[in-house]
Design a protein around this ligand. Structure first.
Ligand code: NAI
Ligand code: MG
Length: 496
């Protein structure tokens, strides 16, 4: 086992306590408090970071407001685009640093973290193209007076946006939200997850280096209850964009009613993945395994319910066991590891409890189910597969957010679609088939924001992403997200 060498810049970064960034100044929390960030692969403290509180949230929101009405409003769309292009270049330039920080604080394998860092640059580059293309329209109105009337629409930035993000993709989640904020001329107060504030701090350093004016992006690190909650309640925040648990999403939606903030939410999922009998079974089983084991299963779109046609069930189960057994668990900094630890002791506790309860409730454990014996430290859990014939166990219905797949079998397609849609969630769904007709018919029937045919977890900034039902409100990325960060103003001009 040999781990990659940390870059000297990363070592230096970790040695300094992480600070808040408010109105263009790096500062400690008003309380002076800090919290520790843990490396989930060895349970050691990685770094200390400022623990923001209500006072810091107030100062950050005020700094954002000042930038919104001042310096930032004076920048042309082309200038905003240029700053975003510069940021994309810096994300490319410091990709390895960002990747190492992601692996250190989240645990994921370094190759996955490198992919996340590379995609961050591409997402920002996509949004860099937007500022000069956000346009209104002229509309053919018919006033009853018969007076000649001109009507046109203007698109204006919503204002101060609170961005509350989770730990599973600590960089991607920041740029998915900052991209449209900066493209539309909004301003932000960013609150990363307490488990993974480090890559967010490094990102904000790069935002500063790119030349964004002070106050446009503010960073308040801290705990959900002490920084996230006051942000969600703040009367001078115009919009809140949240990714995380459905439970906290509900609290955010309630808090937002105080001043009727615009709200977008990306929440949980229990996404159905369907294998039809005519599919390329080897490829489908590999896709199903990757769809649940990728990122240790800590993915909102994890394909956690696998519906396999009864005629190919045995073959698929065999393939799944083979893929699970092939995973090498170990620290993400070891390039030989294909699966890292879960993010925290709490997450490990919750996944382990599901493994236990699943068996108690009658699901049959096909493989995995325990901590790997050879790893003494770190929040590791084996990739696990259940078969649940009755489809009644918690592992068949609830979001686990770990590398735990529950397999069910089916025989009749219409009944299967009902079962696939029988969930409070509707984030993603997928199917594996070689038949064009079934592919498009089933895709149209699935109640999910993303449907993947013969693939899984494909996302692209040009394509909308979001959930039906309790998986969220609104869409991220694509032109859809531009609507979520702009107000539309209708202007009438009497020409009589
Ligand atoms: P969480 O929803 O508590 O945390 C997400 C973000 O919300 C973090 O930045 C956190 O600090 C913040 N937050 C927490 N409480 C808050 C509050 N009262 N007001 C405002 N912000 C608050 O998620 P957690 O506890 O880390 O994970 C629990 C479960 O949530 C996971 O097991 C998983 O099922 C789900 N989850 C889903 C994610 C997704 O991508 N959809 C991401 C992370 C977690
Ligand atoms: Mg929580």
């Amino acid at each position: 086992m040999s781990q990659i060498q940390l870059l000297p810049a990363v070592e230096k970064f970790l040695a300094q306590p992480g600070r808040l960034f408010i109105g263009g100044t790096w500062q400690d929390a008003a309380s002076g408090r800090r919290f520790a960030v843990e490396n989930p692969a060895n349970e050691c403290v990685l770094a200390e970071v400022a623990e923001g509180g209500e006072r810091d949230v107030d100062t950050a929101v005020a700094a954002a407001r000042a930038a919104f009405t001042g310096v930032w409003a004076q920048q042309s769309p082309a200038q905003r685009g240029l700053l975003l292009f510069r940021l994309a270049e810096l994300l490319d330039q410091y990709r390895e640093e960002l990747a190492q920080l992601i692996t250190l604080e989240n645990g994921k394998p370094i190759a996955t973290a490198r992919g996340e860092a590379a995609s961050a640059a591409n997402i920002i580059r996509y949004f860099a193209g937007w500022p000069t293309k956000i346009e209104g329209s002229t509309l053919p109105v018919s006033p009853s007076s018969g007076a000649p009337m001109l009507n046109y629409t203007l698109r204006e930035p919503v204002g101060v946006c609170a961005l509350i993000v989770p730990w599973n993709f600590p960089l991607t989640m920041c740029v998915w939200k900052l991209g449209p904020v900066l493209a539309t001329g909004c301003v932000a107060v960013l609150k990363p997850a307490e488990q993974t504030p480090l890559v967010a701090i490094r990102l904000v350093q790069l935002i500063e280096a790119a030349g964004f004016p002070p106050g446009v992006v503010n960073l308040v690190t801290g705990l959900g209850i002490h920084t996230g909650a006051p942000l969600a309640q703040h009367p001078d925040v115009d919009k809140i964009a949240f990714t995380g648990s459905t439970q906290v999403g509900r609290l955010i939606a309630q808090a937002a009613t105080g001043n009727m903030k615009k709200v977008s939410l990306e929440l949980g999922g229990k996404s159905p993945n369907i294998i039809l009998p005519d599919a390329d079974i080897v490829r489908a089983a590999k896709g199903a395994a990757d769809g649940i084991f990728y990122n240790q299963g800590q993915v909102c779109t994890a394909g956690s319910r696998l519906y396999v046609h009864a005629s190919v069930l045995d073959q698929v189960l065999e393939e799944l066991q083979r893929h699970a057994a092939a995973h090498v668990l170990g620290p993400g900094l070891d390039p030989a590891s294909s699966m890292g630890p879960l993010v925290s002791a709490r997450q490990l506790g919750s996944v382990s409890a599901y493994l236990q309860r699943g068996q108690e409730e009658g699901a049959e454990l096909i493989c995995g189910g325990a901590r790997p014996a050879h790893l003494e430290r770190g929040h590791f859990i084996q990739p696990s597969v259940f078969l649940d014939r009755a489809e009644r166990a918690c592992v068949a219905r609830e979001e686990i957010f770990g590398p735990v797949l529950t397999v069910m079998s089916w025989t009749e397609i219409d009944e299967l679609v009902l079962r696939a849609n029988d969930s409070p969630y509707g984030l993603a769904a997928g199917l594996w088939t070689r038949d064009l007709r079934s592919a498009h018919r089933v895709a149209a029937q699935l109640k999910a924001g993303s449907v993947w045919i013969n693939c899984w977890n494909v996302v692209d900034p040009a394509s909308p992403f979001g959930g039906y039902k309790q998986s969220g409100w609104g869409r991220e990325m694509s032109k859809n997200v531009i609507d979520a960060y702009t107000e539309t103003k209708s202007v009438f001009v009497d020409l009589a």
